[in-house]
Design a protein around this ligand. Sequence first.
Ligand code: 13P
Length: 338
Amino acid sequence: MSERLEDIAEAMVATGQGILAADESTGTIKKRFDQIGTENTEDNRRDYREMLFRSTEAMNYYISGVILFDETIRQKAADGTPLVELIRKAGAVPGIKVDKGAKPLAGFPGETVTEGLDGLRERLAEYYELGARFAKWRAVIDISEDDGLPSSTCIQANAHALARYAALCQEAGIVPIVEPEILMDGPTAAHDIETCYEVTEWTLNTVFSELFQMDVMLEGIVLKPNMIVPGKNAPIQAAPEEVAELTLRCLKATVPAAVPGIAFLSGGQSDELATEHLHLMNAAGSLPWKLTFSYGRALQQAALKAWGGKPENVAAAQAAFLHRAKMNGLAAKGEWQK
Ligand code: 13P
């Protein structure tokens, strides 16, 4: 595989393919395992992810890259093959979550700033040696209209950190996934779709301004935004066509055409809606960038449930994963059908 940043980024958003976000921290995967009554042990985490990465058809045809957690990038399959090797053999690019999580922003109650810049240059060099060719950093913006959130300080601080992370990644030969997530399922999450539009537009404009300040090469990044949706608890939910239309409008107004691809997070949308929204956007006509998925929950939920922590369910879980991967692969080409 070529090692130019532009080529790695292109491969990550290859036509009809998208990214599997399997980078749940040990605490987050515990929440997922709790839902299926499975103990959160290192072996179970390995078995679960090995099951996904050995889903040959899904991985070969529909998955362009996999985001890993620090533990996983070092893990070996039960037969001793490094998990990174399984991903590479399937023709997908291994990636790594490098942020250290969203931490309370001092002086701004209810808001967070994502940490992890200290020592990042050294960590990226090690991850490169371990096989990572892209990375992910997630900034979290919460909308709470009663509390006047988000503040411009929160958006600015997170955009600045994203840009410093992105510059360090490119220096290390690693493509940064730039992920500013406006939460749809935050603590209150009753905002309407227009508010999501405004906050996303504001955030993306700030992020691209900071990327420019840090001299980040836009051809060598992948943007991972939220779609424009109302809060989970909003009294009025939106039709899929409205989500698609507003999301496209917002991205066209903020994302330079030099960016090769946009890979959405699912953020708490149902599996099928996450697919339908992506499909509608791709079916709407030609766009300056590729539009695909970088889903965690919307790709894994069905497979996790089918697996249930039991080795005898591996084939059923892989079939469930294949189905979602295939549906999203079709949606990435605007060819999905209900
Ligand atoms: P979801 O698709 O479950 O939102 O996860 C994607 C992700 O990587 C969040 O950082």
